[in-house]
Design a protein around this ligand. Structure first.
Ligand code: HEC
Ligand code: HEC
Length: 249
């Protein structure tokens, strides 16, 4: 093959790999790259430039609590968040880092003693993570461009009204019979969250459902109160509450 053709086919392969291009993201841990460039070149492919992702496969980050965003990026980096979608999509983006020693003494893998201690802090730096969290938490929540979630396409208006009411009940009152606490206690009465408690209002319902199943089956998110909360939720209850949360402004 001629060199030119080789280059073209390499580009074609890279393009077809699309979002899950791990090679490109290896250079991400360069602290000199400004936040908006990282967002434009990487995050926007899936989450949208303003964090209002169109596809329910990708969570909305717009208006999300900054502390929560930081925690999640660190959880992806140290592989504490390890459900399938986290591995497939986010591990390559943030790169690996345990940050245990980094947190205590600021030890990095850029020094010989850091290397000798086995520190591996490649990937996004703590400052980059902070900047990205700041950026997305400050974005305005917009729902206009959203694609409809698949399950909603075939739902009658009457059914939808009934399910939204059931979801609202769970959100505000919990399910006393099963000792499921009201979600609003932690996620705030308007669903906008607080610090480490994420915003769940206007999140894609399909994403919410998926996360509730991950918490329930305990297959990939670190230990939090959500394990207990989701344990006794049925699939139908998860759907109802997810639909209600998505409907909140
Ligand atoms: C290839 C697509 C893709 C790219 C590119 C991508 N993400 Fe993600 N992101 C996802 C998916 C999918 C999830 C949901 C993972 C899960 O279900 O556990 C996610 C989850 C997240 C979460 C957790 C959200 C929550 O509500 O818990 C954060 C924070 C995040 N991404 C930040 C970023 C940032 C910052 C960038 C750019 C540096 C980025 N992502 C690039 C696909 C992507
Ligand atoms: C005792 C406090 C508490 C209660 C009650 C609670 N949550 Fe949570 N929830 C949390 C915390 C803390 C997290 C963040 C977990 C993490 O950092 O991984 C969370 C995370 C979530 C997430 C993941 C958000 C994302 O962007 O990935 C969803 C969805 C969720 N909660 C839904 C619910 C629902 C629905 C209810 C009610 C049935 C509920 N929560 C009740 C504390 C709570």
């Amino acid at each position: 093959m001629k060199p030119v053709l080789l280059v073209i086919s390499a580009v074609a392969v890279a393009a077809s790999v699309g979002c899950v291009n791990l090679k490109r993201s290896r250079d991400l841990g360069n602290p000199n790259i400004p936040v908006n460039v990282t967002v434009a070149q990487v995050c926007s492919n899936c989450h949208g430039m303003d964090g209002n992702s169109k596809s329910p496969n990708f969570p909305r980050l717009a208006g999300q609590k900054k502390d929560y965003l930081v925690t999640q990026m660190l959880n992806f980096q140290n592989h504490a968040r390890m459900d399938q979608a986290a591995r497939d999509y986010m591990w390559g983006v943030v790169g690996y880092s345990d940050r245990k020693l980094d947190r205590l003494w600021g030890v990095t893998d850029k020094t010989w003693w850091g290397k000798a201690l086995g520190v591996n802090n490649s990937g996004l730096t703590k400052d980059q993570i902070d900047g990205l969290a700041e950026y997305f938490s400050a974005q305005e929540v917009k729902k206009s461009s959203q694609l409809p979630d698949f399950q909603e396409l075939f739902m009658s208006q009457a059914k939808r009204t009934q399910r939204l009411a059931a979801g609202k009940e769970i959100f505000e009152k919990g399910i006393p019979g099963k000792a499921v606490p009201p979600c609003s206690v932690c996620h705030a009465p308007d669903g906008h969250g607080l610090a480490a408690f994420p915003r769940t209002a206007s999140q894609h319902s399909a994403y919410i459902e998926k996360q509730l199943a991950v918490f329930k089956e305990n297959v990939g998110r670190p230990h939090t109160p959500m394990e207990q909360v989701a344990r006794d939720l049925s699939t139908a209850e998860m759907r109802d509450v997810a639909l209600y949360l998505e409907s909140l402004p």
